[in-house]
Design a protein around this ligand. Structure first.
Ligand code: HEC
Length: 129
């Protein structure tokens, strides 16, 4: 009986700890993932547009709306249809940009690991309002 209680407690603790990591995302780990994006994107407030637009406060913001950046027609059309970036469409975008918007000019194959995407989202949210 005691063993069962101990095992159950242990398993529950493990489960909670793990799900915390995967639900909340790890900002530090996300910063590392962002190294893959840095060549083309800044993320600081008022940062410059590079080959891609600045990504400050991108989660929850309108799609294709950073000032002074020239977007592809394809991403603008997607903006008309989808409105804002949220965790759901950003997850699809990070997995495979061309899977979400076939003719986008963002040349990036995508992130394979679900954890990388969760952590990246946490990092992007931390770089926002
Ligand atoms: C080789 C350059 C390049 C890399 C690497 C790259 N991007 Fe992009 N990104 C772009 C370009 C170019 C666009 C504009 C796409 C368009 O107009 O079709 C873009 C657009 C975006 C947008 C839409 C922004 C908006 O204002 O609507 C997001 C979000 C984004 N990128 C995130 C990322 C993230 C996160 C990574 C790393 C995992 C990444 N990108 C890697 C070039 C890049």
């Amino acid at each position: 009986m005691l063993r069962t209680i101990i095992m159950t407690t242990l398993l529950t603790t493990l489960f909670i700890t793990n799900s915390n990591i995967s639900f909340a995302g790890d900002i530090k780990a996300g910063e590392k993932v962002f190294n893959k994006c840095k060549a083309c994107h800044s993320v600081d407030e008022g940062g410059k547009n590079k080959l891609g637009p600045n990504l400050w406060n991108i989660v929850g913001s309108p799609i294709a709306a950073v000032e002074g950046y020239k977007y592809s027609k394809a991403l603008k059309a997607y903006a008309d249809e989808a409105g804002n970036w949220n965790e759901e469409n950003l997850t699809a975008w990070f997995k495979k940009p061309k899977g979400l918007v076939r003719k986008t000019k963002m040349i990036f194959p995508g992130l394979k690991k679900a954890d990388d995407i969760t952590n990246l989202l946490a990092y992007l949210k931390a770089n926002g309002k």
